[in-house]
Design a protein around this ligand. Structure first.
Ligand code: HEC
Length: 187
């Protein structure tokens, strides 16, 4: 009886301990990998504008020219240079962005711009129809997936340089692209 009680107390004590660091890191890594697979997926097309290395697309890239010939300053800005907080990124990806009347970043959250999820304090009715961000090109993201993709952007791009390991994961071990990037800096 006493032994059983001791075991119970030890077990409870273990539950109260914070998760060991290595286990926590493993969970983070899994989240970041999930975020990467969303980012590079053809369903969401983040990399068509922001690039696989998160460096954005220059103004002369085809994605930087709209169908009516309007030239954007860039097709997608450099996520490596982002100064946004986590919450700001979540809102940007959820709500999208219109700048000077041009849709530059699609919205990825289905209920964005409604009272369920207002964007910068506004709902769709507050802005003219032609000023509302377009919906994502293929599919919307769930709120959970938006969190995962932000984990990835913050862990691998923001203020960082692409690493060999993350390049390998990006291209599923198709190493030629990573070699060219590592040797000649071509992205
Ligand atoms: C059609 C091109 C396009 C697509 C697709 C796109 N973005 Fe963007 N994104 C942009 C542009 C352009 C901006 C800059 C907006 C601005 O400067 O106001 C931006 C801004 C951002 C920002 C804010 C960075 C900063 O500091 O300004 C984040 C984070 C981001 N995008 C992540 C994503 C993710 C993740 C996806 C995919 C789920 C995605 N984007 C899809 C074009 C795109």
């Amino acid at each position: 009886m006493r032994i059983a009680k001791t075991i119970l107390l030890v077990a409870l004590g273990l539950l109260a301990l914070p998760m060991p660091l290595a286990a926590q890191q493993a969970i983070d890594e899994v989240r970041i990998e999930k975020g990467q697979s969303l980012y590079k997926s053809r369903d969401y097309e983040c990399d068509s504008c922001h690039g696989w290395a998160g460096r954005g697309k220059p103004a002369d890239h085809p994605y930087s020219t709209l169908n009516d010939g309007t030239k954007l300053e860039y097709g997608g800005n450099a996520l490596v240079a982002s100064t946004m907080t986590r919450d700001e990124m979540v809102m940007m990806i959820s709500c999208g962005r219109i700048s000077s009347g041009v849709n530059i970043m699609p919205m990825y959250r289905g209920d964005a711009w409604t009272t369920a999820y207002p964007c910068w304090g506004k709902v769709a009715a507050d802005i003219p129809e032609n000023q509302r961000p377009l919906r994502a090109p293929q599919r919307m993201l769930s709120p959970t997936d938006i969190e995962l993709v932000v984990d990835y952007v913050q862990a691998v791009y923001q203020g960082k340089d692409m690493t060999w390991d993350w390049c390998r994961k990006y291209f599923d071990d198709f190493l030629r692209i990573c070699e060219v990037w590592a040797e000649r800096g071509i992205q």
